[in-house]
Design a protein around this ligand. Sequence first.
Ligand code: 5AD
Ligand code: SF4
Length: 481
Amino acid sequence: MYNEIDLDKIDIAAEPPTEEPARQYYFMAKCREWVKSFEQENGRLPKSCVLNFGCQMNARDSEKLRGILREIGYEEASEEQADFVIFNTCTVRENANTRVYGRLGQLKPQKKKNPHMMIGLCGCMMQEPEVVEKLKKSYRFVDIIFGTHNIFKFAELVATRLESDRMVIDIWKDTDQIVEDLPNERKYTFKSGINIMFGCNNFCSYCIVPYVRGRERSRDPRAIVREIERLAADGVSEVMLLGQNVNSYGKTLDTPLTFAQLLQEIEKIEGIRRIRFMTSHPKDLSDELIRVMADSKKICKHLHLPVQSGSTDILTKMNRRYTKEQYLNLVDKLRRAVPDISLTTDIIVGFPGETEEDFEETLDVVRKVRYDSAFTFIYSKRTGTPAAVMEDQIPEDVIKNRFDKLLKEVQAIAAETCAIHEGTVQEVLVEDICDHDPTMVTGRLSNNLLVHFHGGKELIGKYVDVELSECRGFYYIGARR
Ligand code: 5AD
Ligand code: SF4
């Protein structure tokens, strides 16, 4: 267990161990020696900054990187002040890549001024060979490049870079390895994300994730439960179980276990009061899971259920493996079992071949389901995916029109569905001081909606009963009861 390992007791003059995670602790100890000499030379500790560009899985990976940096001895700082900046990238849509190149360009002068400075790049975008080629050619000032499969090797890569003057590149195509018990730096003391599986086998035709995150691998349920027990002992009461497709959890384990069964195990853990999970694929959402959700006292009454499109034709082209009717039936079933469940979704507009009629079908689903909120995306062509070479790519202006129309509809419905709780008293887990008003705090309802109410920082991490006095579109202004 990492918090029982004393880095000072590791003999860094010896050969590095071959097993993990011992090998990584060896390299952390090595890097720490370097930090000590940095401190002597400069009269301060080196500073680092990990920036996240992607989804919740990436955010969780960034916490792991921060944990390793903390063990090594780095202090956290802003991007402008950091001696070591790491971008944890996303590549799900083209504009995510563009942003990274832009930010890298901005970092170049900072690196020129600071002789100690290092730049690291990791995450999904690095799994694309063309990206790494471009970086090697045009961004020589980057120090370390690694991918999604070997993030556990971060300390080793930093040590390698500190010992040589060359750009360190280490990208794995895939892996079946899951390294447990590495350090971790949590953003919040009271809630945490937990990986339950990695990768995706679904190959939706527009999506690059299966190519950059590799094949589906589930974590051992005992490791998951042990991690959550430790978190609970440490004061965490809300957990978010993370995976690209949590509904197919456990299928690849030696002793298969369903996601619903895993949830029941987690439900037993004392100290955990709220359980969330994402993302669910509609095709794999079982009756067993619906039953477990309905019976649970801890699973939050919220489900993120990406529909992507309302047209069965487009869903077929997307390789989603459900029809519009099957999706709507699933929603009915869920609502019957868990009447107050809040539903959210992801929708893509402008998939190749999408006609006006197809788009109307999407609007129809939005009107029928009445989502509490929806993430709407303009289709982005990802090289290497089947959709990228499909005929009938939709012109930009048509997509923009549809997108605006969809957004308007989604927002109008979300404002109405959000407002139905007005006047009720509900339990809120307080997360932070309110961004806009320091006399207020911000918390979340079980259904994931945000509530702002008067209170101080002593409430952070606590569960408070709050009257939802006024709905303001997507959030509430409340008052303590
Ligand atoms: N273009 C637009 N949106 C995409 N998503 C995934 N791939 C693409 C793409 N190529 C969206 C899907 C998914 C969410 C995480 O990102 O809606 O659910
Ligand atoms: Fe991408 Fe589909 Fe896998 Fe989600 S389920 S990560 S959209 S391929």
